[in-house]
Ligand binder design. Sequence first.
Ligand code: 13P
Ligand code: SF4
Length: 321
Amino acid sequence: MNVDKGYVECEIPAGINIVSEIRRLAKEKNAVILAHYYQRPEIQDIADGIGDSLALAQEAAKTDAKIIVMCGVHFMGETAKILCQDKKVLVPDVSAGCSLADSCPAGEFEKFVKANPGYTVISYVNTSATVKALTDVVVTSSNAKKIVDSFPMEEKIIFGPDRNLGNYINGVTGRNMKLWDGACDVHEKFSIEKILKLKEENEGAKILVHPECKAPVRIVADKIGSTKALLEYAIKSDSDKFIVATESGIIHEMRKKCPNKTFIPAPPEDGKCSCNECSYMKQITLEKLYNCLKYELPEIEVDKETAEKAIKPIKRMLKLS
Ligand code: 13P
Ligand code: SF4
């Protein structure tokens, strides 16, 4: 089977109902399909569970299924594999990377850690397994504040790789953690001018912002939080209009949960687009998911030594969450 491009390249049999075939294959093989909120709507709709990075790790850790199909990006599959080393973990397109994880090459990060002895290393989940293996505790955007707060104020901390999340956590915890200079291309692109214009045109709209966004965008936020926290805020809020400054895939679930509310995607600085999409997340399609389940490929592999090291900071995060 050819998986050279990162996914199974095989024609879909003519005349099949791909949605019911995916569900049939998942049942037959005792596979659980998990999807991040940034996935295409049809992938979110077919999944057994959807969630933010923390929820996906928690789901993976507790599933009884024999196979985990992670519809997300590569590091999400790796996290599931590290937590479930005896299970088969599949990602329908393993070439789906992450600009934030890529902004932290393990070799460079190791030098940074070594140059700062005595520091506790806190890494965002958007990192490779090798970076996690150099880490004391992993965090996601859902639990970063809580986990940082669990350390004494005098603790010397390295926080990587997202400079925006790190900067935000420094602000809300009153710390001065040493930050790795990485970022997510998608969340850094939002235009503050276009967001403020949308706010002017939509009186009473609340601005929802992911902490991976730059400071000027965070400053105008009514709510800063992980994708799940933004969703929960929108559900509970009395407001009926929201400007959403995170990857626009979350709007699918927001509209499902709040059919009478209006969600306006925040636009990026460049181009003519009215929303901001993560091209990596959108690499997963129904066709790739179907072939992935059918052929049980491509599989995520993490070498045993790395997995044994990386599981400790992930488990520590799950315990502290
Ligand atoms: P959360 O899932 O923690 O909101 O993070 C967003 C993200 O960029 C995932 O890649
Ligand atoms: Fe990575 Fe950014 Fe895409 Fe999330 S949205 S997967 S951080 S590139």
